[in-house]
Every structure is written in structure tokens, then in C-alpha cells.
Design a protein around this ligand. Structure first.
Ligand code: TTP
Length: 192
């Protein structure tokens, strides 16, 4: 069966989530400067970066398949936490999240012959208090690497999460409700 879309992302989580809903895709990751602009609000930032990822791939792509780009950011006290640079940074990020709630913003952008669609998913995640031993062990597990906020809801960190309001798939990197709506705009149906 031929691919239905191009996924403009190096994230294995996004590919896994697309597979979960049966969307056949090629992977063509794009390399962008993902730094926030000075004074840029987090809500604007995630949407801009998702749109830039799909645009870069769409303009470079010879196959005229719809292109999907996404961006996921963890926001604590209005600040974008980003991915950990090393284990010490991962521990610092986890200490910030311990015993409190934060937001996860996930934006999806789909471009195709039928135009451009952009959607945003906002989730609220409550972490229980983490001990120093847990923060250390988790940072050594390798799981924080490459993950916004230094944790993976789909992994071991699930035991830190007291509650989630919003979208599990959105926190993991690709909100599937919004994704299905954007794909439908391009004539791609997930179910019937
Ligand atoms: C919060 C959270 C994030 N993540 C991941 C999803 C994304 O891969 C990553 C956020 O970084 P992104 O910059 O959104 O994506 P990426 O760099 O992995 O891939 P690309 O830019 O090529 O699209 O964090 C999880 O896997 N689980 C989680 O619980």
C-alpha cells in the first residue's frame, strides 16, 4: 500500500502514534533552528515551529503528498522547558516538575493540495512529589533524552503522573484527535 502522507519529524513517538491510527507515512525529518524568538509566547512558539517544519518539508518534497509537522513543548510557570542537554539538566527539569502541575502544548500542522491546517492541543499534567533518589534513577534511565521536559508519559514517568487533563497522545508528541481532523481536511480518513 502506498504512503498517504510525509511525516516531517525525527520523533519515533510521532511515527508510532501515526501507526496506531493506521496512517501510512514516509519519514522526512527537517533540521530547523527551534529557538524561541525573544519575547515569543509559548502558544505562538509551538504553532510557529510546527508550521515551519511542515513548510520546510512541503517545499523540499517532490512527492506531492500531504506533509505533517508537529511540535511539543512543556511549559512551567510560563517558561518553555525544552529538552535536557545532559543528566544534570534532566535532574533540574524533573525537580521543577516535582509535586506540581504544568502544561504541555502540542501543535500539528498539515499542508497539502487542499491548503494548510494548524491545530493546538493543551494538556495539564500533575506530577506527584519525586524523591531525590527517584530523580537520580530516572535521569540515569536514559528515558529523558530527546523528550521535552525530560520525561516520557508513555514510559516509566507514567508512575509520576497523578492526573492528566487533555490529550495523552498530545503529551506524547502528536495529538491524534486534532491530527485526524487535519488529515480529513486533506481527504484522508482514519475510519471510514
Ligand atoms: C512530554 C513528552 C515529550 N515527548 C517527546 C515528543 C517529542 O519527540 C519531543 C519534543 O520535541 P519536538 O521538538 O517537538 O520533536 P523532536 O525534536 O523529537 O522531533 P522533530 O523536531 O524532528 O519533529 O518530546 C515524549 O515522547 N513524551 C512526553 O511525555
Amino acid at each position: 500500500m502506498p504512503p498517504q502522507i510525509i511525516l516531517a519529524s525525527a520523533s519515533p513517538r510521532r511515527s508510532e502514534l501515526l501507526r496506531q491510527i493506521g496512517i501510512r507515512h514516509l519519514i522526512q525529518a527537517v533540521d530547523l533552528d527551534e529557538s524561541p524568538w525573544p519575547g515569543e509566547a509559548a502558544l505562538d512558539y509551538v504553532q510557529r515551529v510546527a508550521a515551519e517544519k511542515s513548510a520546510a518539508c512541503w517545499h523540499a518534497s517532490p512527492q506531492k503528498l500531504p506533509v505533517l509537522g508537529a511540535d511539543t513543548s512543556v511549559i512551567c510557570d510560563g517558561e518553555i522547558l525544552g529538552k535536557p542537554e545532559n543528566q544534570a539538566h534532566a535532574q533540574a527539569l524533573l525537580s521543577r516538575l516535582s509535586g506540581r502541575s504544568h502544561q504541555v502544548y502540542s501543535a500539528v500542522s498539515v499542508r497539502g493540495d487542499k491548503g494548510h491546517g494548524l491545530a493546538l492541543s493543551i494538556s495539564q499534567v500533575q506530577f506527584r512529589a519525586l524523591s531525590q533518589a527517584e530523580i537520580l534513577a530516572y535521569s540515569l534511565s536514559g528515558e529523558p533524552e530527546g523528550k521535552a521536559g525530560a520525561y516520557a508519559i508513555q514510559g516509566l514517568a507514567s508512575v509520576f503522573i497523578e492526573s492528566l487533563t487533555g490529550s495523552f497522545s498530545g503529551v506524547m508528541g502528536l495529538p491524534l484527535f486534532e491530527t485526524a481532523e487535519l488529515l480529513a481536511q486533506q481527504g484522508i480518513k482514519v475510519i471510514a
